[in-house]
Ligand binder design. Structure first.
Ligand SMILES: [Zn+2]
Length: 455
């Protein structure tokens, strides 16, 4: 068999198996051979990675396309930024107040025309039409993960244009999804009713600083909401994914449910591992949920290392700096992170000895399994897509915004020295990023259909 691509001399990181020196053969975008010493004459193209680490391509399951500018531009610019960070699959949370039927077709088409890496979607759930259309979303559209915002209620709901969703709605969602055991509800866990009142009080006191933003949403509003979501999900027997866990206590609640063998998964994001409320970021650091304190930061690193946190994501939003000004109450929440998530894990996690590089491969594997992308994505084995991040653990580089290729005009990590970078990103056997340059045209990415069976 002739290969399309042969990757020679990689230190291949096989999730949950270990790291081995191996050559990898690729044909028609898939891995067809893994062996000790392949003959170069059998391949159209040979890439010698000279003993560099080869990770399964990074899956970032938490991104928001189209919140910074128009969505067409962002599928292009932000997918390029993703490729800079070794990301080969991005999953975007999309929201629509009516049926997803037209919305889905439009966003899928835009992604297919513009994205340079593969992509999938999560749908935000906010009305009864969405509940009724679950079978269509899962079986026809191949979308198997749905986000419920516990904070879109009362005043906060009206402000977002959403009315009438509450814990009863959340429970109905869990019951409906339990008919599809492999599907998953992603729950934004926050008690907004408590947060709203605290916020009014802080505003009345004249507070206007990043710490006030954190004080308006204290740890317990997250912890209580996680408990409530997991309690109802347990009754309905539905899989739940808690995005952006920020607190030690919230993580402990999740650990407890995992011990009881409940189908509970969680992520944290790079910014919660790297900053706290007093890091001095100002309005740039405004994010939902807010940054916490140093002890939470440490607890989250422990959670990443010990496996109680399943994956680390970016919660990428490409909102420009001009949206991040005004008072802390006016500034927009969120920031970009697609290009820096893997480098931060390499620099702060692997190179600082918090965990081995194998842990990063495992987290990718977890993401693929939680979101029905496995075994196509998130692993290195025969038949899987040939998605890789080639890693230079010794490469030290200062973060420069223009190098990140995002449409966004800043990065939280600007000026920081990071040691450990992806130097090449490969999607389905094609090099999409080589030494910081994008090497593929927009539209190379494909939509990933994840449809699963009804029980
Ligand atoms: Zn988000």
């Amino acid at each position: 068999m002739n290969l399309d691509l042969l990757i020679k001399n990689g230190r291949v990181v096989f999730p949950y198996e270990g790291t081995t020196k191996a050559d990898i053969g690729v044909k028609e975008g898939r891995i067809v051979a893994i062996c000790a010493d392949a003959k170069e004459s059998r391949a159209e193209k040979v890439i010698d990675v000279h003993g560099k680490f080869l990770l399964p391509g990074m899956i970032d399951s938490h991104t928001h396309m189209g919140l910074g500018s128009n969505i067409e531009n962002e599928y292009e610019s932000e997918s390029k930024s993703a490729a800079i960070g070794g990301v080969t699959t991005m999953m975007s949370f999309t929201n629509c107040k009516t049926s997803y039927s037209d919305h889905f077709k439009t966003e899928k088409r835009i992604g297919e025309q513009k994205s340079i890496i593969d992509f999938a979607l999560h749908f935000g759930f906010m009305n009864d039409i969405h509940l009724q259309e679950i079978p269509k979303y899962i079986e026809e559209f191949g979308v198997t993960s749905f986000k419920f915002f516990m904070n879109f209620r009362g005043e906060e709901g009206k402000y977002m244009g959403v009315e009438g969703i509450d814990d009863g709605y959340m429970f109905d969602l869990f019951v409906a999804l339990s008919k599809y055991p492999e599907s998953c509800a992603a729950v934004h866990a926050e008690n907004i009713e408590v947060a709203w009142r605290l916020r009014e009080r802080l505003i009345a006191q004249g507070r206007d600083d990043l710490i006030a933003w954190t004080e308006s949403k204290p740890c317990f509003v997250e912890v209580e909401a996680i408990q409530r979501a997991l309690f109802y999900a347990g009754i309905a027997n539905c899989s739940v994914y808690i995005p952006h866990v920020t607190t030690r206590e919230g993580l402990n609640v999740i650990r407890d449910y995992k011990r009881r063998k409940r189908k509970v998964y969680c992520e944290t994001c790079t910014h919660y591992l790297m900053f706290h409320a007093e890091s001095g970021l100002g309005t740039i650091g405004k994010v939902n949920p807010p940054l916490r304190d140093q002890s939470d930061v440490e607890a989250l690193w422990v959670g990443v290392a010990d496996g109680s946190i399943d994956c680390v994501t970016s919660d990428h939003v490409a909102r420009k700096k001009e949206k991040k000004i005004g008072t802390i109450w006016e500034a927009a929440a969120g920031f970009p992170g697609l290009a820096t998530t893997l480098p931060i894990l390499l620099s702060e996690g692997v190179n600082k000895g918090r965990f081995g590089i194998e842990r990063i491969a495992e987290m990718n594997n977890n993401t693929a399994k939680i979101f029905n992308l496995y075994p196509r994505k998130g692993t290195i084995r025969i038949g899987s897509d040939a998605d890789f991040a080639v890693i230079d653990l010794d490469l030290e580089k200062e973060v420069k915004v223009e190098d990140l290729k995002s449409a966004c005009d800043y990065s939280l990590f600007e000026g920081q020295k990071i040691k450990g970078w992806p130097i090449m990103t490969i999607v389905r056997g094609k090099v999409v990023m080589d030494n910081g340059e994008i090497t593929v045209e927009p539209g190379y990415g494909v939509f990933l259909n994840r449809s699963v069976q009804k029980k």
